[in-house]
Design a protein around this ligand. Structure first.
Ligand code: M6R
Length: 609
């Protein structure tokens, strides 16, 4: 998705610092990049392609001035070309703008502006904003008033940063349905769509709300609503450090983030008291409805198995983009839980808004101050730190941990948290098996299709394993409930097709914890998956098994086997068994020469529907 960075510095030149901020936005997924700085006039450079190539081609000495705006673009209106890259200018090159979001009425505005003599250089919706501001400036308004008038005319979503050579000591920002933060640091002020962009320079941040503008000049930052009223807002200190958003010696962010998972789990587990407080505030819950997209949806899916089997609370799990078509039976005794790493996913936010007070809402979010945290009734932070790799890994683990702790808090089942505390050490042991996983990656990297199968708690793990593989290695992969194989997918099995089978051990017959209602049922899920493994093996599949160290029966029916401590039973296995699958996807991607941090066509945060 698009990303914005802008700065107004006290003494330093803007261009090199701005470029550094823009580079921190790379992870969002983009196809073009650009910056503009302001001295007595505006200098713009932009191009399609990668930031590093753009940087190499730049002559930084031509960028004068301590004020600048920068952007990475993910094409929506108009293909990824130099002309469509941001910043965009007005007719005279005196106003420059960068924009995230989509202006829905841009065609109507473009026709109006064209008929008034404005000339357009791009196919984007963004460029109309530059010309609209120009129109109001030409009527004698100052920049602030011209921007305000332009914003009132826009329908759709925006986060913008605007500069003008007529008022060369100022930046104006504004947001509606697309995030924008104002940050204050030692060198000056910054605007950005994401926290990692500014972490090197500032940690005191204001999160703008919808329909707010910020005017930054040498007197400081003033926030106003679109009627022009001053809004008083406090800076919040961001605890994420710049190092957290660096690769720290790893080749890719994704690998670093996979290896951070034991620590992330330890950190997230410290939230148990906060989660208990949130549960006490929420009060009685008779039904739960999880809503999320992608990996967050898979975390939610684990939540369904957990809440229904352990707490016996009826639980739905709905893909956020489908929510509006299905969720008509909400009531005050339902808790609708939105899971979103970014807190900015448009589909999830739309669903959150559609609840419209019909049920209580809870958001489980990683990014502090993001929109979901401000619109839900209750919030739980996952505390995973910044996740830069587009493929979600450590945030998945932290979401799962929050869901398990939520179950523990609702059901007053402290034994669940005790079980989770064993997991960071087990995660470290699994990470030590990376060489084995690399070898498996080498063996299967050229396959064109993979199946992932599991039952019960392992079904969401199968879905997530398949998603990881397809999104970063571009290999076709499907996750199935093992029992579904015979209803169709088994037709795909022929000699050599890799099938990843996930079959952790069932609960022991005598469990002090008694957290599963019917141990026999779980025993069954394990032995039934083993039957499915034999079925695919008999048809020529190559089975990669994930199971307990001592599960000889399973092991002997596989071609490759990744073994886990047998004491990690089915109901907490999702937090552990996903790790080798993340590593498998990562190593296949790298071995195929792909860039796992920047998968094609994907963005870290999907702010369009
Ligand atoms: O920020 P969110 O958790 O709301 O994002 C949801 C999905 O877009 C995200 O999980 C996506 O599926 C990732 N590419 C998964 O790796």
């Amino acid at each position: 998705m698009c990303g914005i960075a802008a700065c107004i510095l006290e003494n330093d030149k803007a261009a090199p610092i701005l470029l550094g901020c823009v580079k921190k936005l790379e992870y969002r997924g983009y196809d073009s990049v650009g910056i503009a700085t302001l001295n007595s006039s505006i200098i713009v450079e932009k191009d399609e392609g990668k930031i590093n190539d753009f940087e190499e081609s730049l002559d930084l000495s031509k960028f004068q001035g301590r004020i600048g705006i920068g952007h990475v673009r993910w094409a929506t209106h108009g293909p990824p070309t130099r002309e469509n890259a941001h910043p965009h200018l007005d007719c005279d090159g005196k106003i420059a703008i960068v924009h995230n979001g989509i202006i829905e009425n841009y065609m109507e505005l473009k026709n109006e502006l064209k008929s008034e003599g404005h000339n357009f250089a791009s196919e984007t919706d963004t460029e109309v904003i530059a010309h609209l501001i120009e129109k109001y400036k030409n009527r004698g308004h100052n920049l602030e008033e011209a921007v305000r008038r332009a914003l009132i005319r826009l329908k759709g979503a925006y986060a913008i940063a605007v500069i003008s050579s007529d008022e060369p000591d100022k930046i104006i920002g504004a947001r509606k349905e697309s995030p924008l933060i104002v940050a204050k640091g030692e060198r000056g002020y910054f605007l950005a769509s994401d926290i990692p962009a500014i972490l090197d320079h500032a940690r005191d941040v204001i999160f703008l709300d919808d329909n707010e503008m910020v005017i930054i000049d040498d007197t400081g930052a003033r926030i106003k609503d679109l009627e022009g009223n001053i809004k008083k807002k406090e800076y919040k200190y961001i605890e994420w450090t710049p190092e957290m958003a660096e690769k720290g010696g790893y080749d890719y962010f994704m690998l670093k983030e996979i290896h951070e998972q034991p620590q992330v789990l330890r950190d997230t587990l410290r939230e148990i008291n906060t989660i208990q407080r949130v549960v006490d505030e929420i009060g009685e819950i008779k039904r739960i409805c999880f809503v999320a997209c992608g990996t967050s949806y898979h975390a939610a899916f684990v939540g369904k198995y957990l809440f229904e089997s352990i707490l016996h609370i009826p639980t739905d799990v709905i893909i956020a983009s489908e929510f509006q078509y299905t969720a008509n039976a909400l009531d005050k005794e339902t808790l609708t839980i939105f899971i979103t790493q970014s807190g900015e996913t448009a589909d999830t936010l739309n669903a959150l808004r559609a609840v419209n007070k019909k049920s209580k809402t809870l958001a489980i979010v990683n990014v502090l101050g993001s929109t979901a945290t401000r619109e839900a009734d209750h919030v739980i932070y996952t505390r995973a730190g910044p996740e830069i790799g587009v493929a979600a890994t450590k945030t998945y683990i932290s979401q799962l941990a929050c869901i398990y702790m939520l179950a523990a808090a609702i059901g007053r089942k402290t034994e669940i948290v005790k079980d989770l505390r064993k997991l960071p050490d087990e995660m470290e042991k699994i990470l030590e098996k990376e060489e084995l996983i690399k070898e498996i990656a080498r063996t299967y990297k050229n396959k064109s299709d993979f199946l992932f199968i599991g039952r019960g708690f392992s079904y969401p793990t199968a879905l997530e394993g398949a998603l990881k593989l397809k999104e970063i290695s571009y290999i076709h992969a499907e996750g199935y409930a093992s029992g579904e194989l015979k209803h169709g997918p088994i037709a795909l099995i022929e000699k050599g097709v890799p099938v990843v089978a996930i079959a952790p051990p069932p609960l022991p017959l005598k469990t002090g914890a008694k957290i599963v209602k019917d141990e026999e049922e779980f025993r069954n899920s394990h032995s039934l998956t083993l039957s499915n493994v034999k079925e695919v093996k008999a048809r020529g599949a190559e089975v990669i098994g994930l199971g307990a160290e001592d599960d000889e029966e399973f092991k002997k029916n596989t071609d490759k086997y990744i073994s886990f401590n047998p004491s990690i039973r089915e109901e907490i296995s999702p937090l552990l068994y996903i790790i080798p699958l993340q590593l498998l996807a990562y190593h296949i991607s790298v071995m195929k020469g792909e860039d796992p941090d920047h998968p094609r066509n994907l963005a870290k945060c999907v702010t369009v529907v």
